[in-house]
Structures are given as structure tokens and as C-alpha cells.
Design a protein around this ligand. Structure first.
Ligand code: DUC
Ligand code: ZN
Ligand code: ZN
Ligand code: ZN
Length: 490
């Protein structure tokens, strides 16, 4: 394909601004954005008249080729199939979670470097911290200073597997702060979830409905509140992944209103689904929807959409962690054995458009912000990513607001045999995806190349950390001299 590309006559949308303009691309980089660009004959021209030309989506939260949420089996999507699905759905970059190997971060990083060799789109990594010792602390430093990592995730759930306690959270938060890296949490009270699961089994509730019943929203609210307060105590920014409930959202909103740097990430399944499917009499259908934190009852979805629209929550991820129905069937007699996770990497851009923009809840510029720009800003890769500006990477989508989409496992690009959005239709179709200057999705056809994706290194000290030192100094200055007391003689 040509290394020169002109997108003509579309409405170019950035998070701050939209205008009718042409976009000229050379060798994977956006060179020019302005009306009526004239080019030579050797340039591939795409007509975008009447359509939106926007930065490709960035999914801040995916799990490709890994065992998280299962008992040692691997997800069906790897870095090639998961990314192919992403590109077909208008996402041109994702940030995946590296799981350490026996707690070892360097070994984990190397394993994921290998898994990602077949990448067909750009990607970055967060790294999970599952234990604490000097090696972990040293490896965090190496990963930030030499390997392009600027965020670490702590699981407050999955007791006995990856769950951390408050002592580790405090140590980890402190280390993140010293490195200028962002601390992230999976916020559910893992001890209480464990008790809740045992209670369900004692009651004889072994089906998929036992999953949401065992880990109610209040446990997500409790852990979210605890993580926020501990981050405040350490004075470091916090990113709460997969905000699924009103309970968690309200804790984040409250902290933000008080000036604390907390970021809340709703995910598509939380915005676009409710838990009614989990009560479906057919096990296979119900098991599809098992993920953690659970998809909540009707009402939470609406409140999360409103929070995203009003800016209480900042950006949308997916937690894409895809299993097939054979794998889900491992939990046929016990919901605790159902691998946790749902699809979303291919559906996110369409569903956010349909549920938020088409419905009139957010503007097109806000759409760009919550699906791309905000993620690029938080993880310190803006404006290379998340913008249609001269000098930015040519990761671009063209969305036709008058066309429609249908989601079905029959035509999706994930390797899963099911889709939690099966049969869903909506307005707004991503007709073209351009990744690194290559047209990879056009006329409903994928042209992806394994190995074409690049690892995007993310530097520490994003804007989130600006001024934090000042708060520490104010705090230190406010401390009183210790009270002097005479030695007791009694
Ligand atoms: N939740 C899931 O459902 N899957 C992967 C990990 C997680 O936290
Ligand atoms: Zn502008
Ligand atoms: Zn999680
Ligand atoms: Zn996750």
C-alpha cells in the first residue's frame, strides 16, 4: 500500500475542536491538517465527505493471551487476533496488563514482549504487582526507567491468587509516587468476596447468578473508598479500573470534588449491559456474562453513562478478556470455576458512539476525548497518540454517522464463539481504520500484518503529578514540632 495518504473533506475531530479539513499522511505520520490540500497523483485518496475523521481509539484496559480470571487456562484472543478485532472496530492502540511470573516483574515483562511480537497494531503495557519484596521494588524502577512502563496495577480481589493487602498497597503506592508512575487498582474487597462465594455455595446457589450475588456493589464501593483514602494518605494519583457500580463511581466523584487526583475508568460492559442475562436459564448464555467486578443490575449502567457524560468519570476501557463457551463450561457445576471476562475490544468504539453520541448524551469532541485523547494524556503519550495534528502518528478512523452496525459472533474478529453484545444494532459505523499510516480496515475487510505493531514506551511524570511536591511541602510545613515532655518519675 502507498505510504502517502489523503483523507478528503471529512469533519476532523479532536478532543478540543472540530473542523472540515483534509488530512495528509506520509510514512505513518500526519503531516498536514487543513482544508483543500492539493497532492500529487501517487497519493491514495479517501473521500470522507459527510463523515467524521477521528483519532483511532485507545483501549486502556485489555487482557490478551493470559490466564487472569481463570484457573490456569489461556484466553482465546492473543496479540494478533485481539488486535485484529480492535482494528476492525476502530481501536488502533491498547494497553495490556502484564502479569508477573511467580511475582517476578522482569520475567513477566519478557514473556509479554514475546507474546506481543505478532502485534498488528501499537500497544503499551501496565504491570501488575502481586507480591512485595526488594526485587519487586527494584524491578519497578527498572521498568519505569528503562522499559517504558508508567503504571502499575494492584488487585484488591482474587484472594489467594493475586490479591494484595493494605500494607502492600501502601508500599506500592509509595513506590509509584517516587517513580512518577500511576497506581491502578482493581477495587473489590477480596476477603468479603471470598466469604460471599462460600455463602452462595452453602445456599446451594452454584449457577452463574451466584457470581453477582456473591460480590455485590457495596464491596466495590468499600475497596474503591479504601484505595482512594490510602492514595490520599500517600499523596499519589490513583486510577480505578473497571468502575462498574454507582457505589464506586460516587467515591471517585467525591474524591475528585475535594481536589484529589483520582481517575475512574468505566468499561463498555458496565455502560451498555445489565446483569439480567446472568439469570438466564441456559447456562451457556448466562456464563458468557461472568466477569469481575460483575455487571450490575439495571440502573448502574445509566448512572455510569451519566457520570461519563458529566466528567465524573474520564475514559472508557473494555477489560477485554475473551473466553469461548467450552472454557466457560468449566464452571457448569460451580460459578467460581467460570473463567472471568467478556469481549469488548472490537465493540467499544461503536457502542460508545451509539449509547453516548447518537443518544445525544455527549458531543463528538467528547467522544474523541473519552475513547482516545484522555487515555493518551493520562499515560503521557499525547499528542503522539490521541490527536489528529501534524506530527501525530497516523492512527485514524472514519466514522459514518448515517450508516449502522450489527454485532454478532458470526462476523466478529475475536476468536471467541460468543459475543456478549450478540444481535445488538446501532447507528454510526466505522468504515475505515488507519493504523500507523496503513489502511487496515476498509469495505468490511481487514488487511493486517503480524509484526506491524510497535511497542509504545510511556514515560513517567504525566501531568497528573504536577504540583504534588507542593502539597507535600505544605503538609510538612504544617507539622508541629513534637511536644516536649518531662521524663515521667512515677
Ligand atoms: N476481571 C475479569 O473479568 N477478567 C480479567 C480480570 C478481571 O479483573
Ligand atoms: Zn484544533
Ligand atoms: Zn480487574
Ligand atoms: Zn482487567
Amino acid at each position: 500500500s502507498s505510504n502517502k495518504l489523503l483523507i478528503k473533506g471529512g469533519t476532523v475531530v479532536n478532543a478540543h475542536h472540530q473542523q472540515v479539513a483534509d488530512v495528509y499522511v506520509e510514512n505513518g505520520i500526519i503531516v498536514n491538517v487543513q482544508p483543500n490540500i492539493v497532492v500529487e497523483d501517487d497519493v491514495y485518496v479517501i473521500d470522507a465527505t459527510g463523515k467524521f475523521v477521528m483519532p483511532g481509539g485507545i483501549d486502556p484496559h485489555t487482557h490478551l493471551q493470559n490466564e487472569i480470571g481463570s484457573m490456569g487456562i489461556e484466553t482465546v484472543d492473543d496479540f494478533f487476533s485481539g488486535q485484529a478485532a480492535a482494528l476492525a472496530g476502530g481501536t488502533t492502540m491498547h494497553i495490556d496488563f502484564i502479569m508477573p511470573i511467580d511475582g517476578n516483574l522482569t520475567a513477566g515483562f519478557e514473556a509479554y514482549e514475546n507474546k506481543a511480537k505478532k502485534s498488528c497494531m501499537d500497544y503499551g503495557f501496565h504491570v501488575a504487582i502481586t507480591k512485595w519484596d526488594e526485587d519487586v521494588s527494584r524491578d519497578m524502577e527498572i521498568l519505569v526507567k528503562e522499559k517504558g512502563i508508567n503504571s502499575f496495577k494492584f488487585f484488591m480481589a482474587y484472594k489467594g491468587i493475586v490479591m494484595v493487602n493494605d500494607e502492600l498497597l501502601l508500599q506500592g503506592f509509595k513506590k509509584c509516587k517516587s517513580l512518577g508512575a500511576l497506581a491502578m487498582v482493581h477495587a473489590e474487597n477480596g476477603d468479603a468476596v471470598h466469604a460471599g462465594q462460600q455463602k452462595m455455595i452453602e445456599f446451594g446457589i452454584t449457577g452463574p447468578e451466584g457470581h453477582p450475588l456473591s460480590r455485590p456493589a457495596l464491596l466495590e464501593g468499600e475497596a474503591t473508598s479504601r484505595a482512594i483514602r490510602l492514595a490520599n494518605f500517600v499523596n499519589t494519583p490513583l486510577y480505578v479500573v473497571h468502575v462498574m457500580s454507582i457505589d464506586a463511581m460516587e467515591e471517585i466523584a467525591k474524591a475528585r470534588k475535594s481536589g484529589q487526583r483520582v481517575i475512574g475508568e468505566p468499561i463498555v460492559s458496565g455502560l451498555a449491559l445489565d446483569d439480567s442475562w446472568l439469570w438466564h436459564p441456559d447456562f451457556k448464555t448466562a456464563a458468557k456474562y461472568v466477569m469481575s467486578p460483575p455487571i450490575r443490575s439495571k440502573g448502574h449502567d445509566k448512572a455510569l453513562r451519566a457520570a461519563l457524560a458529566t466528567g465524573l468519570l474520564q475514559l472508557v476501557g473494555t477489560d477485554h478478556c475473551a473466553w469461548n463457551s467450552t472454557q466457560k463450561a468449566l464452571g457448569i457445576d460451580d460459578f467460581r470455576q467460570i473463567p472471568n471476562g467478556v469481549n469488548g475490544i472490537e465493540e467499544r468504539m461503536h457502542l460508545v458512539w451509539d449509547t453516548m453520541v447518537e443518544s445525544g448524551q455527549i458531543s463528538v469532541t467528547d467522544y474523541v476525548r473519552v475513547t482516545s485523547t484522555e487515555c493518551a494524556r493520562i499515560f503521557n503519550i499525547y499528542p503522539r497518540k490521541g490527536a489528529i495534528l501534524p506530527g501525530s502518528d497516523a492512527d485514524i478512523i472514519i466514522l459514518n454517522p448515517n450508516s449502522s452496525f450489527v454485532i454478532t459472533a458470526k462476523s466478529h474478529h475475536s476468536r471467541s464463539d460468543t459475543n456478549v453484545y450478540e444481535g445488538r444494532k446501532g447507528k454510526g459505523k466505522i468504515e475505515v481504520t488507519i493504523a500507523g499510516g496503513r489502511v487496515v480496515w476498509e469495505n468490511n475487510e481487514l488487511k493486517v500484518v503480524p509484526g506491524a505493531g510497535k511497542y509504545i514506551q510511556m514515560d513517567p511524570f504525566s501531568y497528573l503529578f504536577d504540583g504534588l511536591d507542593k502539597k507535600d511541602v505544605i503538609y510538612l510545613n504544617s507539622l508541629q514540632a513534637p511536644v516536649k515532655r518531662a521524663k515521667s518519675t512515677t
